[in-house]
Design a protein around this ligand. Structure first.
Ligand code: C5P
Length: 221
């Protein structure tokens, strides 16, 4: 149908931050709100897609009409994403922690006078790069995000090549823009054909515009 152009398509969206445990009561996290990813999940569902939203911890309600999978760490997010395959498209809007604590403690780490815990970090799996480089069962359209504070387009284009995804949605998250945790976003869509800059708009409108582009991509496929 004209208003459900993504009917019959399966899509995965990752969203939110990840929490990387230090011990049972402490974790490393970041300031991602999950707003942009949740809005994308809703916008795709509105166009008829069957959406699985793989979300790190956020304060947002689970969107209606979407299958939500709640995870904490990057490793869990990768596993949940793989479990949600196959999919026609995967959109990686999560702010995945780059590092986890190499061996999280089983018990709460005790504060001891003058003795600081020596937290060794390990690199997390790159979920976007892993799914982009699947030799079997790769989604037809893999979309990543690039949050940059300088040389936004240049760095985003490098990321497109490095991660081997199809599109990168680049946004300027330098502190003065208020993007991180805020309601507005100015994004650029980069792909093999070039760059398209969208005007500053709400994260809801970015999601609607992106979902429309995705519907266009699948039109006639
Ligand atoms: O390398 P960077 O973190 O800037 O890349 C951002 C993009 O990669 C986002 O789409 C993000 O969701 C994804 N990513 C991921 N797994 C990671 C790190 C980033 O899926 N461990």
């Amino acid at each position: 149908a004209e208003n459900k152009p993504l009917a019959g398509r399966k899509m995965i969206v990752t969203a939110g931050p990840t929490h990387e445990p230090i011990d049972p009561v402490r974790y490393i996290a970041n300031r991602s709100s999950g707003k942009q990813g949740y809005a994308i999940a809703r916008a795709l569902a509105k166009l008829g897609a069957a959406v699985t939203l793989v979300s790190g911890p956020t304060r947002l309600p689970e969107p209606e009409g979407v299958t939500s999978v709640q995870v904490e760490s990057a490793k869990d997010m990768l596993a949940a994403t793989e479990a949600a395959l196959p999919a026609d498209a995967a959109i990686f809007a999560a702010a995945v922690a780059d590092w986890r604590v190499a061996s999280a403690a089983d018990q709460k780490i005790k504060k001891q006078d003058g003795d600081l815990p020596d937290l060794k970090l390990a690199e997390n799996p790159d979920i976007l790069a892993t799914i982009s480089q699947l030799s079997e069962g790769r989604p037809n359209l893999v979309v990543g995000f690039a949050a940059e504070t300088q040389n936004v387009l240049e760095n985003a284009r490098l990321k497109l090549g490095r991660k081997k995804c199809d599109w990168i949605i680049a946004n300027d998250v330098s502190p003065e823009t208020g993007t991180f945790g805020g309601d507005d976003n100015r994004v650029h869509i980069l792909n093999g054909e070039g760059n398209q800059t969208l005007p500053l708009m709400s994260k809801e409108d970015v999601a609607t515009a992106l979902a429309a582009r995705i519907a266009e991509f699948f039109h006639g496929k």
